[in-house]
Design a protein around this ligand. Structure first.
Ligand SMILES: Nc1ncnc2c1ncn2[C@@H]1O[C@H](COP(=O)(O)OP(=O)(O)OP(=O)(O)O)[C@@H](O)[C@H]1O
Length: 181
């Protein structure tokens, strides 16, 4: 790992939430998988997800939609919460959300605010706590300056202010710390 990657690698091992930013090819996904591998080696239950199927497959993970059980996102928050709590088809989602220590999400800039909010809401409610993401450590990764990110993309969320996040600004992003962090 280079010095920029190490700046986020070690805090993540110590339980910090993080946003890994950087342009294409700067090693964000590489770093994310290193963090995931290391945390798993430490005995943590780590979920590796991405916003798209292709990216998730490349990483050896699943989509964030599948992980949370939100499918194509057609349900309202309370509807999907009720389903996951009561419908046995969602048992594995319920178990996973309750047992996850760390949630890693790649290509975060392509996730809509609605989806991101819904995942956060479900984690909080299903883990029965007021903590953001239900207290799950989150490591987010993406290129927030790329062209045409999803509308209202997740990074604009005001509640990110409530998270204690560190940001890795890989290479060309050095000095461009994201304000809400
Ligand atoms: N520290 C490293 N040591 C060896 N190879 C690395 C390292 N960091 C990145 N790479 C390699 O550089 C290439 C680009 O890295 P990666 O795919 O992680 O970039 P990225 O920022 O996620 O790109 P994109 O935004 O396009 O998804 C990959 O082949 C990866 O294996």
């Amino acid at each position: 790992m280079d010095e920029y990657q190490k700046k986020t690698f070690f805090p993540c091992l110590n339980g910090h939430n993080a946003v890994i930013c950087g342009q294409a090819g700067t090693g964000k996904s590489y770093l994310l998988t290193k963090i995931v591998d290391e945390l798993r080696g430490l005995g943590k239950s780590v979920s590796l997800t991405s916003s798209t199927g292709i990216s998730a497959t490349q990483l050896g993970g699943i989509t964030i939609h599948k992980w949370a059980g939100i499918g194509n996102g057609r349900y309202l928050n309370e509807e999907i919460l009720h389903l996951i709590r009561t419908d046995e088809r969602y048992n594995s989602n319920l178990r996973t959300i309750r047992n996850t220590d760390v949630l890693a999400v790649d290509e975060i800039s392509m996730i809509s605010t609605k989806v991101f909010n819904q995942v956060e809401f479900l984690c909080r409610k299903l883990r029965c706590t007021d903590k953001v993401f239900g207290g799950i450590q989150v490591v987010l990764c993406g290129d927030f300056y790329q062209l045409s990110p999803a509308p209202n993309f997740a990074f604009k969320l005001t509640f990110l202010n409530m998270l204690f996040l560190i940001s890795l600004s890989i290479k060309s992003y050095i000095g461009k710390q994201i304000k809400c962090l």
